[in-house]
Design a binder for this molecule. Structure first.
Ligand SMILES: [Zn+2]
Ligand SMILES: [Zn+2]
Ligand SMILES: [Zn+2]
Ligand SMILES: [Zn+2]
Length: 350
């Protein structure tokens, strides 16, 4: 069936189903929309959504809003999974999809990986920091606790951090950090921020020279986290963008408004459990970010096998090699096949 235009000669986007009176307007739309097979899609009607939040609205999942598509919502309510948003799942799926809260391991059971040799064969490491307050009103964030976790949720590095400037608010209610932790390490050790940053960097670089990490062929590890810019700024080093996997900045996990969701919201919504209650251990944030990364990475997306979608992300404009007139002669399906996303999908990670 030809879905390219309806009885009134309107042109329908093959991804988001928007309709346009003129083909040139559909081409215009395709240039800016950057649709691709990597977008979250409704398992009932096949519509592409910008983000999982938009897909949840479409399906009325978790009662987020009135469903935008009543028939999809009805089918989804009968057989779908409210966490991973698959439209049709087997009866016992929910038990494995809904994850349980990871208990912070007590300090005595932690095996701390040493220097550059730590982290074992991990391809990705998750970083989490907890901040205390400095400055006259205690609002200046100062890193006080650092944790690094591997893909198997083992702690490979953990330390308290000696503050360089006086702490004016330990934020004890949420951090559980007391002055003595930053003096004697409370059983897990304490070091300067410089030394802690060096250990984290060594774990990430995995024996690679910092300048070599910029190359895509390096052994350097992927850095997973939530709001990585903030953590890295507090630690005082940066890391190549192509190796960062930030759950606060990944388009499918962001709000329709393109603002970040909180890690707490993402964990509750897409992993099915609550975090950040009581005294918060950075381990729990590391595990949540790593699990979200793995869930996104495990998404089942059609791959074009070295085709148009692989390097994608960097190009400013869709269809750079095509003329407007050539594009206007294509069907909406052909346009969608040529369209590339403006972000690199995590499902492309090995
Ligand atoms: Zn569209
Ligand atoms: Zn993908
Ligand atoms: Zn649908
Ligand atoms: Zn599920």
């Amino acid at each position: 069936m030809d879905s390219s235009s309806d009885a009134h000669g309107r042109h329908r986007c093959a991804a988001c189903f928007r309709q346009f009176n003129k083909m040139e307007h559909l081409v215009e739309h395709m240039r800016s929309a950057r649709h691709s097979p990597h977008e979250p899609r409704c398992g009932v009607c096949g519509k592409h959504c910008r983000s999982f939040e938009a897909l949840r609205d479409h399906l009325g999942a978790g009662g987020s809003t009135l469903p935008k598509a009543a028939s999809c919502a009805a089918a989804f309510a009968a057989r779908g999974c409210g966490i991973c948003l698959r439209a049709s799942v087997p009866p016992h799926h929910a038990a494995s999809c809904k994850l349980h809260r990871a208990q912070p391991v007590s300090a005595t059971r932690i095996t701390i990986g040493g220097g550059s040799g730590g982290g074992g064969g991990a391809r990705a490491l998750a970083l989490g920091c907890k901040m205390v307050g400095a400055g006259s009103d205690g609002s200046l964030d100062v890193v006080a606790r650092v944790c690094v976790v591997d893909e198997h949720e083992n702690i490979v590095f953990e330390t308290f951090v000696k503050p360089l400037i006086p702490v004016t608010n330990y934020r004890y209610e949420t951090t559980g950090i007391r002055p003595e932790h930053l003096r004697n390490g409370g059983g897990v050790g304490v070091m300067t921020v410089k030394a802690a940053a060096e250990r984290v960097q060594n774990l990430l670089l995995n024996g690679e020279q910092p300048w070599r990490a910029r190359s895509t062929a390096s052994r350097a590890r992927l850095l997973v986290g939530h709001g990585l810019e903030h953590d890295l700024e507090a630690l005082g080093f940066d890391y190549p963008a192509h190796l960062k996997r930030d759950t606060a900045a990944y388009p499918p996990l962001m709000k329709t408004s393109k603002l970040s969701n909180s890690l707490r919201f993402l964990t509750l919504t897409y992993l099915g459990y609550g975090i950040q209650t009581g005294h918060q251990h950075p381990y729990e944030d590391c595990v949540a970010a790593m699990r979200l990364y793995q869930r996104m990475k495990g998404q089942d997306h059609p791959r074009r096998g070295g085709g148009a979608d692989e390097p994608a992300a960097s190009a400013d404009q869709a269809f750079p090699a095509w003329r407007q007139r050539e594009l206007e002669r294509m069907t909406p399906e052909e346009l969608l096949r040529l369209s590339t996303p403006d972000y690199r999908c995590w499902c492309l990670d090995d």
